[in-house]
Design a binder for this molecule. Structure first.
Ligand SMILES: Nc1nc2c(c(=O)[nH]1)N=C([C@H](O)[C@@H](O)CO)CN2
Length: 123
C-alpha cells in the first residue's frame, strides 16, 4: 500500500534562524509534506474522519511553527515530523522545509527528511 496525501508549498512566517538578528523577526518558510496512509476506508465511506484532513494538518503545522522560535530548520523539520506521526494516522512521511530568502544567490535552501512510524513492541 503506497497511498500518499500531500501538501505542497505551505507558506507562512515564523521565527527561525541561528543569528542574533534573526531572533526578533519572522521569516518566510515553505513546507511540503507527503504522508503515507491507506486512503481506501475514506474512499469507500466518503468520511473525512477516515482520512488525513490536509486542511487540519496544514493548520497544525503552521500553529506549531509559529508558537516559538527555532534556531535551525533541522530542528523545526524534525519536531514537525514527530508531531505528525504522533497525532495523525501516518505510516511514513517525507517533509521538506525551505527558507527561500536565506541565501540571496539561491532560489531556496532547506532540508528534506523521511521518517517512518516507529511501532514500539513490548519485550
Ligand atoms: N543547515 C543549516 N544551515 C544554516 C541554517 C540552518 O537552519 N540549517 N541557518 C542559517 C541561518 O539562520 C541563515 O539562514 C541566516 O540567513 C545558516 N545556515
Amino acid at each position: 500500500m503506497a497511498d500518499r496525501i500531500f501538501i505542497t508549498n505551505l507558506t507562512f512566517l515564523a521565527g527561525i534562524g541561528v543569528f542574533e538578528w534573526e531572533k526578533g523577526i519572522q521569516q518566510k518558510l515553505e513546507l511540503d509534506v507527503e504522508m503515507l496512509t491507506d486512503i481506501r476506508p475514506a474512499a469507500l465511506s466518503q468520511d473525512l474522519q477516515a482520512t488525513l484532513d490536509y486542511a487540519a494538518i496544514s493548520q497544525r503545522l503552521v500553529a506549531y511553527s509559529q508558537a516559538q522560535h527555532h534556531d535551525l530548520i533541522e530542528t523545526l523539520a524534525e519536531n514537525l515530523a514527530t508531531l505528525l506521526l504522533e497525532e495523525f494516522n501516518i505510516r511514513q512521511l517525507t517533509l521538506t522545509l525551505r527558507k527561500p530568502d536565506a541565501v540571496p544567490a539561491a532560489s531556496s535552501v532547506g532540508v528534506t527528511i523521511t521518517r517512518p512510524l516507529e511501532v514500539k513492541v513490548d519485550a
